[in-house]
Design a protein around this ligand. Sequence first.
Ligand SMILES: *Cc1c(COP(=O)(O)O)cnc(C)c1O
Length: 355
Amino acid sequence: MDLLSKKAHAIAPYTAGEQFRDKQYVKLNTNENPYPPSPRVREALSALNAEELRLYPRPDAGLLRAAVARKEGVLPENVFCGNGSDEVLALSFPAFFDADGAGACFADITYSFYEVFAAFFGIPKKIVPLSSDFTLDLGAMRRQDCRGYYIANPNAPTGIGIGRAEMEAFVASVPEKLVVLDEAYMDFFGESCAPLTKRYANLLVVKTFSKSYSLAGIRCGYAVGNAALIGGLMRMKDCFNSYPVDAVAEAVCAAAVADGAYHAEAVRKVVSEREHLRAELVRRGFFVPESGANFLFAGRGARGGQELYEGLKARGVLVRYWKKPVLDDFVRITVGTREQDDALLEKLDELLTSE
Ligand SMILES: *Cc1c(COP(=O)(O)O)cnc(C)c1O
């Protein structure tokens, strides 16, 4: 007997990076932040009253919405909070796209969840290849017949970012189409487009607490956009789960987002270590595009991604690779602490001398 739906059989789920708990790896495979979250997170956790957990949390994560709104310089009605930015992105597909509409446009090499969500919600997709230098081809995207766009900026897994002026010009050039900017890594690159949501009603900016805030374990992300777009997300949320942000996540993230100084310093450390690691990889003959994220996309021709991945894993270092055309020449390496990155380079040298 098979009780699964046709959809459950047909769907190709997103494959997340491995999360081993058995062995101590140098874990540079899922873009977690190597530094701890703000000390205010610990304070918020100790201040939590366990008895109050008997109550449902705020359905709109109102406390966190207000804290995020303050940080982003918008009103609470311009903020939507969800259980990870993955959930925010997921809800955006049924909120803004129809199965019989012109569909969602995104790059062939980008965050692979967009394709999974489009398939899950039955939304047509329009795929635009990256240019040969791995940058996004915004001109080709602009010419697509579609209802809207998903753009990771900086892009994953290349790490390549687009400056705010160029991004704004794109958003302004497609006023009838929705632009969803996934800024999961923007803090490591440059200026967010979130303030532009006040000027462009077709812009939705999605962010996460998982990367620059060192809170991947809490599962929280948010979107910034005009009230009509936020309202669409709220309607969808209330069809799936009225309380996607739990009471613990709300308190923790509100504390983290209010500690701007700590956040800025954590980002600065990652960026500085990223430049060091990139230089070391380039010195070893790797091709590594300049990254605006907390990871590096590195390839070395002769050694494919799988070989690097397996050789490093056998030596206790985890990186990410994909069994897909183009991507299989590369590995994606999360920027770690100096100790972690030194360990990676040492194992890499072992591997390369055995060539
Ligand atoms: C990590 C990541 C996310 C998801 O973050 P969560 O908030 O942990 O769900 C979204 N988009 C991109 C491009 C990412 O790399």
